[in-house]
Design a protein around this ligand. Structure first.
Ligand code: G3P
Length: 214
């Protein structure tokens, strides 16, 4: 499973990259505006840190506007993936952008049926938001299971990018189901590395080693 960091904070993106954790980056308009940077400057800075897919989201809502906006974003760098909302006009734009050889990440997906339509439109990635489904008492990971089944039934090549991941359990479940990618905040990625028995075990090994040297 590929691991992307979901962040607009270049310090943490750099730290995650240096730890060898990540294959790519996702951003969204909320994360980008939180960074306080000009959007293009932020994305270009990220391209200098990570050599992998970097999702940059459009803010237009009609196909006539999304298509040129997406073409513009794709010209910024070879690794840009144009993130498009899963609305009817968005799917129309995904079809057109795909025909032009531009990679897309269809975002704000909340059902397997929506994911099937995104695949038919030619999306490179589909981003189902598991955490936000959990927030409304629906099992987010079930959508990932359903999409995996449907994509495998029909041989769709669209990659499942589990998004809005909020915990190590989302990570574990996504890997068990066969999600192609997961994107998660740095806090979740760091939490994955820790286990209290690892820390206790290391402490014991080192103290035994010290004793033996005396
Ligand atoms: O990748 C989508 C993600 O940014 C949304 O996460 O935590 O705002 O639901 P969240």
């Amino acid at each position: 499973m590929k691991i992307f960091i979901d962040s607009g904070d270049t310090n943490e993106i750099r730290e995650a990259q240096e730890m060898g954790l990540i294959d790519g980056v996702t951003t969204n308009p909320s994360l980008a505006s939180k960074s306080g940077k000009v959007f293009k400057d932020l994305i270009m800075e990220i391209t200098q840190i990570v050599d992998g897919p970097i999702s940059a989201e459009v803010v237009s809502t009609t196909a006539a506007e999304i298509i040129p906006e997406g073409e513009g974003l794709a010209k910024w760098h070879k690794n840009i993936v144009v993130k498009v909302p899963l609305i009817p006009e968005g799917l129309k734009a995904v079809k057109a952008l795909t025909a032009k050889g531009i990679k897309t990440n269809v975002t704000l997906c909340f059902s397997a049926s929506q994911a099937l339509l995104a695949a038919k439109a030619g999306a490179t990635y589909i981003s189902p938001f598991v955490g936000r489904l959990d927030d409304i008492s629906t099992e987010g990971m079930q959508v990932i299971r359903d999409i995996r089944l449907i994509y495998d039934n029909y041989g769709y090549e669209t990659q499942i990018l589990t998004a809005s991941a909020r915990s190590p359990m989302h990570f574990l479940e996504a890997a068990k189901i066969g999600s192609d990618v997961i994107t998660a905040p740095f806090s979740v990625l760091k939490a994955l590395m820790h286990h209290p028995l690892t820390d206790l075990g290391l402490q014991k090994f080192l103290s035994d080693w010290e004793k033996a040297k005396k």
